[in-house]
Design a protein around this ligand. Structure first.
Ligand code: COA
Length: 258
């Protein structure tokens, strides 16, 4: 489906939501495809990192497709909203590192999707917000849970209850995005992060991500057992031996993902 483009280059999958005319809004078809793409890329061995972006320069994603949603009968509302929640949840569960290259503003489900990625780089001049309360609904695809985890409860309440749209600079200041950069620096910044990731062992990245995601918010002793379980995956890996050998020989490691 051309509304979600997937291109693989040197171990990186570049995924583009391609509906610039409606600011990359998440239609039912896009949500279904986004779920499938996330599952496929998670399983594909040749893919070590994933970049998610939107087409055009106006918006990364304007959230749920409000025009399509208006026509959904009450009897279909449940499955309809499940499709967006499933897409975002499936992106959040990808085991590999994910970077959201936010080429423009993100609202509602668009920001919820960005928050399900590991790293977020936002273009200067864009805005972000969970604006759902202004539309008679509320964030329902992870927003009320992921936003406080990223920026703290007080700021999350400010943003969600006031339905505020904040600037890229403010989003970076409060830790909602990792960096706000000029448009001509966006791709280079993401490529810089990809280069850093490429120097790391794939199993280490997946295990560390899993430890953070599974352990965060748990009681410390339980979280530490989760960390130990994830650590053990790396401990007996071939890449661990390669890392130690490369260090001893003073050369860059050649990781294979085993
Ligand atoms: N769903 C469906 N269509 C959307 C959309 C959405 N979420 N957001 C924008 N569009 C459509 C507009 O209706 C318009 O369509 P038209 O050309 O047929 O009139 C087109 O995209 C361009 O939108 P426009 O508002 O003219 O573009 P803009 O660049 O000036 O502003 C936004 C872009 C994203 C800031 C603005 O469209 C907006 O605020 N959208 C709603 C975002 C929102 O509240 N999302 C939360 C969803 S829960």
């Amino acid at each position: 489906m051309t509304e979600v483009l997937v291109e693989e280059q040197a171990g990186v999958a570049w995924v583009t939501i391609n509906r610039p005319d409606v600011r990359n809004a998440l239609s039912r078809a896009v949500n279904t495809r986004m779920t499938d793409v996330a599952l496929e890329l998670d399983q594909k061995d040749s893919v070590r990192a994933i970049v998610l972006t939107g087409a055009g320069d106006k918006a990364f994603c304007a959230g749920a497709d409000l025009k399509e949603r208006k026509g959904v009968p009450a009897s279909e509302t449940g499955p309809y909203i499940n499709a967006i929640a499933t897409a975002i949840e499936t992106w959040g569960e990808i085991r590999k590192p994910t970077i959201c290259m936010m080429n423009g503003s993100a609202y509602g489900g668009g920001l919820e999707l960005a928050m399900a990625c590991d790293l977020r780089i936002l273009v200067d001049g864009a805005e972000v917000g969970l604006t759902e309360v202004r539309l008679g609904i509320m964030p329902g695809a992870g927003g009320t849970q992921r936003l406080p985890r990223l920026v703290g409860e007080a700021r999350a309440k400010e943003l969600i209850l006031l339905g505020r749209r904040i600037t890229a600079g403010r989003a970076a200041e409060i830790g909602l995005v990792h960096q706000a950069v000029a448009r001509d620096q966006l791709r280079a910044t993401v490529e810089g992060m990809l280069a850093e990731l490429a120097g790391c062992a794939p199993l280490s990245l997946m295990s560390a991500k899993s430890a953070i995601q599974r352990g965060y918010g748990k009681e410390l002793s339980e979280a530490l057992s989760i960390e130990r379980e994830c650590y053990e995956v790396t401990l007996y890996s071939e890449d661990r031996d390669e890392g130690l050998a490369a260090f001893a020989e003073g050369r860059p490691p050649r990781y294979k993902g085993n």
